[in-house]
Ligand binder design. Structure first.
Ligand SMILES: [Zn+2]
Ligand SMILES: [Zn+2]
Ligand SMILES: [Zn+2]
Length: 165
């Protein structure tokens, strides 16, 4: 057994989440450096807020956290949306469409499409970096030009199945 679980599976496993956060943040820094992206203080803060857990967060919850951290300053929603847009474009976070919420990317900057397993009990989301893009290949065969592909699978994670029933 490897001491370092594959990032795909990490959300549903017991793991050292502090280490998980540190690794993601340093991966984000490296990615930004190599692609000349600017992780401003605010964007980084939004990323850190998302890194708090493996559960996706809505923009307004992120805003509330930002405002809590900002003290007297009251930030408006567009500030959060701009930061989220930037982080999405940079490949550091993903949008979970079915939840209208955002989650940090477990392997920042990956090229292939992402697929998500969403536990409806604990609301944690595991990201699978798809190695099997049959769906996209099918779309290509139909002459369809894909802009964006989102696969979200809802169910119950192994830990919640054990806890429940
Ligand atoms: Zn973690
Ligand atoms: Zn990802
Ligand atoms: Zn669960």
């Amino acid at each position: 057994m490897s001491s370092k679980p594959h990032p795909d599976a990490i959300a549903f496993r017991d793991h050292d989440h502090r280490r998980c956060q540190r690794e993601r943040l340093s991966a984000a820094d490296k990615l930004c450096e190599s692609r000349r992206l600017r992780l401003t203080e605010r964007r980084r803060k939004v990323l850190e807020i998302l890194l708090a857990s493996h559960q996706p967060m809505g923009a307004y919850d992120i805003l509330a956290e930002l405002n809590r951290a900002a003290g007297n300053e009251r930030l408006a929603p567009p500030v959060v949306y701009r930061a989220l847009e930037y982080l999405l474009a940079a490949g550091l976070i993903h949008r979970i469409e079915s939840r209208n919420a955002f989650i940090f990317c477990v392997h920042p900057g990956h090229r292939s499409s992402a697929q998500f397993l969403i536990c409806r009990d604990c609301e944690r989301v595991a990201e699978l970096e798809s190695r099997d893009d049959r769906l996209l290949a099918d779309a290509g065969r139909l002459g369809f030009a894909v802009d964006h592909s989102v696969v979200e699978i809802t169910g119950v994670c192994a830990a919640c199945q054990k806890n429940g029933s």
